[in-house]
Design a protein around this ligand. Structure first.
Ligand SMILES: *Cc1c(COP(=O)(O)O)cnc(C)c1O
Length: 362
């Protein structure tokens, strides 16, 4: 068997321990005589799986009682529509555009109402987080929207914007469970799980209960109403059952690692190894403003497209996969999510040092 160091931005690396457990339970889940994939989502065994997953997630994130946890489908991209459809009572929302995903959400919201771009970092190819301490929040805004960690560009909000009392909606797809969060600061926290939690096909939405209402935009399909899913405990229709089961295992794995405080410490150490290397390198450099650097996605370049391509190719041959940057930015990107071991980053940096020494004069 061969396992590589997988630096993919998503779907991404999962804890090996979780994969082994799932493999062990593949043919006979806890004496049921069937795989979780073959199981009714209305069965007792599955009821325990989804309830435990929610309880462990609540525990990890300290989610208060007045928030609902929903396990949905449609990817993070479906939330770009579901959020305005459900929350735009006044048909006004404010968007902070810090990357491609935020921009897509902003564009989608324009279908449903007046979406205002109240801040953006597009002027410098999204390489920083704009100052959000005193934004022109609209008087009648239904919510303020951010993408908290910008997967493609490698920036992260280190402090949340002052929304002047409006509910904050955050796409946390690529920083989900990477550090502790104060859930009470948000109206909605959501993310696709395929970046930092589990297999593609599950979206987790954590939403303050008062934001879940019948009062949605006319024409909102039943399946896109938060209330339907909330009233049915995420079992209105068949949920992404196997995916939720794997998410549940990852939650247990995270608890075993010491929870989100411990993950933060580990992630900071891990990212520092790579950033410290980039800061002293004469060949490679990071592409974003230092104070806005993400702990999860680390883009870097040599400044020479051919050398970048050579690096990606040789890294791949050495067992470091998916280091090519997003097609919209080029260069390289190392995604170092929770499940990427410290050793993976140490070895990557060692490899980069060797590559630099060998290619100094090109
Ligand atoms: C990957 C990603 C998305 C898109 O997710 P899908 O599940 O493919 O729709 C949205 N937002 C962020 C921050 C992402 O990283």
């Amino acid at each position: 068997m061969r396992r590589v160091y997988n630096f993919s931005a998503g779907p991404a690396v999962l804890p090996e321990e979780v994969l082994r457990e799932a493999a062990d339970e593949m043919l006979d889940y806890k004496g049921t005589g069937m795989s979780v994939m073959e199981m009714s989502h209305r069965s007792k065994a599955y009821d325990t799986i989804i309830k435990e997953a929610e309880a462990d997630l609540r525990d990890l994130m300290k989610i208060p009682e007045n928030y609902k946890v929903l396990f949905l489908q449609g990817g993070a991209s479906q939330q770009f529509a579901m959020i305005p459809m459900n929350l735009m009572k006044n048909k006004v929302a404010d968007y902070i555009v810090t990357g491609q995903w935020a921009k897509k959400a902003y564009q989608e919201a324009q279908i449903y109402g007046k979406a205002n771009k109240i801040a953006s970092s597009e002027d410098e190819t999204f390489s920083y987080i704009p100052d959000c301490t005193d934004l022109p929040i609209s008087e009648d805004a239904d919510y303020v929207y951010i993408c908290e960690n910008n997967t493609i560009y490698g920036t992260k909000f280190k402090t949340l914007p002052d929304t002047k009392g409006k509910p904050l909606v955050a796409d946390v797809s690529s920083c989900f469970l990477s550090e502790p969060v104060d859930v009470t600061k948000y109206g909605v926290i959501y993310g696709g799980v395929q970046k930092n939690i589990g297999p593609a096909g599950v979206v987790i939405v954590i939403i303050r209960k008062d934001l879940i209402t019948e009062d949605v935009l006319p024409g909102t399909p039943t399946m896109l109403r938060y209330k339907i899913h909330a009233d049915n405990e995420s079992l209105y229709n068949t949920p992404p059952a196997y995916g939720i089961y794997i998410c549940g295992k990852v939650f247990k794995w995270l608890k075993k690692q010491g929870g989100l405080e411990a993950m933060k410490e580990y992630n900071e150490k891990k990212a520092k190894i790579l950033y410290d290397f980039l800061d002293q390198s004469k060949m490679f450099r990071g592409t974003v403003r230092k104070e806005d650097r993400s702990l999860m996605n680390v883009p870097f370049v040599t400044g020479d497209g051919e050398l970048d391509a050579k690096f990606v190719k040789e890294a791949r041959e050495a067992g470091f996969e998916n280091l090519k940057g997003h097609r919209s930015v080029g260069g390289m990107r190392a995604s170092i999510y929770n499940a990427m071991p410290m050793e993976g980053v140490e070895k990557l940096v060692e490899f980069m040092g060797k590559f630099e020494a060998e290619n100094q004069n090109t």
